[in-house]
Design a protein around this ligand. Structure first.
Ligand code: ATP
Ligand code: BTN
Length: 246
């Protein structure tokens, strides 16, 4: 991963560019990286905002032998890779938040957006977009209320984004190879070891639904397991819902 790099000073969204290039058959593992996005996107139509040259904003093109149901696993794979890279490069302890974020000290530092195309239940490509807050100042983050942080805010100094990128690409490569060889099971373990709120009271909300219970963990496919107060377990898939503390 990262053998082929397409760099843009500015672009709409690296996920959009990556999907175009995936359709055109760019090599697997290519990354599309930019200093500035005019249409950075998050999940569920939300926006991703990052001042020019402050964060790491990039997308990886993958051609996995997978079915569409498995695609959320790549989001979780990327989240684990971010946690590992932050620990290896900076000694920081971050946590994964189901389904697609990385948190440090209760604040969001990274968001991941996996998109795909499929045909007849086979995935044609997956685009894995990663936005990591690196050198944003406190002022850059006030627009998110008290919900976001950056590596600079955590550590009190600016960082070289290229160093973090290099290690992050290595971790993504290692975990993608692991997925190809052994499937999601070992990743499920790694994810769980670093997960936020397991055993805690949480709330899972969708468009027309709202459930409270105890977060049990994830199932063998990566879906969220919630123990309701009557003791039954309910399963949630990542396309539909948001998770927060209750
Ligand atoms: P959930 O993932 O649980 O549904 P979320 O608020 O994390 O909730 P996402 O869709 O994952 O939602 O992320 C998009 C949201 O992230 C945006 O609505 C915005 O509030 C926030 N956001 C946008 N840019 C950044 C950033 N650079 N750092 C932190 N948060 C950001
Ligand atoms: C989220 O938190 O919901 C996901 C945010 C994903 C942001 C990254 S930045 C690189 C790539 N391009 C995008 O437009 N989004 C992803």
């Amino acid at each position: 991963i990262g053998q082929t790099v397409r760099y843009y000073k500015t672009t709409t969204s690296t996920n959009e560019v990556a999907k175009d290039l995936a359709r055109q058959g760019i090599t697997e593992g290519a990354i599309i990286i930019t200093e500035e996005q005019s249409k950075g996107r998050g999940r569920l139509g939300r926006t991703w905002q990052c001042p020019p040259r402050t964060g790491l904003c990039f997308s990886v093109v993958l051609f996995p032998r997978a079915n569409p149901m498995e695609v959320p696993q790549f989001t979780m794979l990327a989240a684990v890779a971010v946690v590992k890279a932050l620990y290896r490069t900076l000694g920081l302890r971050a946590q994964v938040k189901w389904p697609n974020d990385v948190y440090i000290e209760g604040l969001k530092i990274c968001g991941i957006l996996a998109e795909m195309a499929a045909e007849a239940d086979r995935v044609k490509y997956v685009v894995l977009g990663i936005g990591l807050n690196v050198n944003q100042s406190k002022e850059d983050l006030v627009c998110f209320g008290n919900t976001a942080t950056s590596l600079r805010v955590q550590l009190g100094r600016t960082l070289l984004r290229s160093q973090i990128l290099k290690v992050l690409l290595e971790e993504l490569d290692n975990l993608y190879t692991l997925w190809q060889q052994e499937g999601f099971l070992p990743l499920k373990g790694l994810w769980r070891d670093n997960a936020l709120w397991i055993g805690n009271k949480v709330q899972v909300s969708g468009l027309n639904s709202n459930y409270q219970g105890t977060m049990e963990g994830i199932d063998d496919g990566g879906a969220l397991l919630l123990r309701l107060y009557d003791g039954t377990i309910k399963t949630f898939y990542s396309g539909e819902v948001s998770l927060r503390p209750a």
